[in-house]
Ligand binder design. Structure first.
Ligand code: GLN
Length: 288
């Protein structure tokens, strides 16, 4: 017989062996998932015997994790901005640094009445849906070129409880959406920005399992972002913002690109909570 505690310890050792960090935490998450429990409930039962079907389920999950499949895809969810989001290999797994887009959007929205958020390349929907869930009178237009990604975002709209305030549009960037007349818009986007040549240096979890279409964007990484920036002057009204995630090494180049393509905008780079350049903040100037 094996207890849940032993099962978690043995699982952690297996993850350790292949160099997976936070092995104990991940092992607990996997055992809890196999047992249909939340992690804290598992921790309360560590001395109890684990039924043999759960032991085999844990083995199967461990085998996937040892092959470097991300934990979030194995358990099918990831926490972002305090909420649970469904994820699968059709969408990028939300990263904590991306929460900067949400907190900045909420600051900038202040008391703008009935704002319309355009979340371009929404993926799981984590950014736009989090903004919506934190505000009561907002509306979201979430675009993605991937129908499978929009299915995930649509599930998440239900999960977060805001489905009645979201429109999903399958299209490339903004090619296929229109502003609701008379609305105030704020745009967010975490587009692919990893230079194609960097694939070999990415963690195997990212390079082998996350969708390439959500990660890679040409040689310098800024190809797709350039496409969106080029459309912003025609889309935003004076006084409106766009918040675009960038790689920590792309601050300078992103700023240069924005200043060249958007002379009528104020452009700035903002840092994430680790102090890394992470976001291009673009404001269309008023009165010029
Ligand atoms: N930050 C992600 C990574 O480096 C990439 C996300 C993206 O391209 N938008 O793994």
């Amino acid at each position: 017989m094996v207890s849940y505690g032993q099962l978690a310890a043995e699982s952690a050792a297996k993850l350790d062996q292949v160099g997976i960090p936070k092995s104990r935490l991940e092992a607990e998450v996997l055992v809890a998932h196999a047992a249909g429990l939340i992690r804290t409930a598992l921790l309360a039962r560590l001395r109890e015997e684990a039924p043999s079907d759960i032991v085999s389920r844990v083995d199967a999950l461990l085998a996937r994790r040892v092959e470097r499949e991300p934990l979030a895809y194995i358990v099918g969810r990831r926490e972002f901005y305090g909420r649970d989001f469904v994820v699968n290999p059709h969408v990028l797994i939300p990263r904590s640094e991306t929460e900067l887009l949400v907190s900045t959007a909420l600051d900038l929205l202040g008391d703008v009445p009935n704002p319309v958020i355009f979340d371009v390349g929404t993926g799981s929907g984590a950014i736009g849906l989090s903004i919506l869930a934190e505000t009561t009178d907002s509306h979201l237009v979430a675009t993605d070129i991937s129908r499978n990604a929009l299915r995930v975002a649509s599930l998440n709209a239900g999960g977060v409880g805001v489905a009645d305030r979201v429109d999903f549009v399958i299209c490339d960037l903004l090619n296929g959406v229109a502003r609701p007349p008379g609305s105030s818009v704020l745009l967010t986007a975490n587009l692919p920005y990893v230079p194609a040549g960097r694939a070999p240096s990415l963690e195997p979890e990212v390079a082998r399992f996350e969708p390439a279409i959500a990660l890679f964007s040409g040689e310098g990484g800024l190809h797709v972002i350039r496409g969106l920036i080029s459309a912003l002057d025609g889309f935003l009204l004076p006084g409106e913002y766009a918040l675009l995630e960038l790689d920590e090494n792309q601050g300078e180049e992103g700023l240069r690109m924005a200043r060249e393509l958007l002379p009528g905008f104020e452009s700035a780079i903002k840092q994430d909570s680790s102090g890394h350049d992470r976001m291009l903040q673009l404001l269309k100037r008023v009165g010029i």
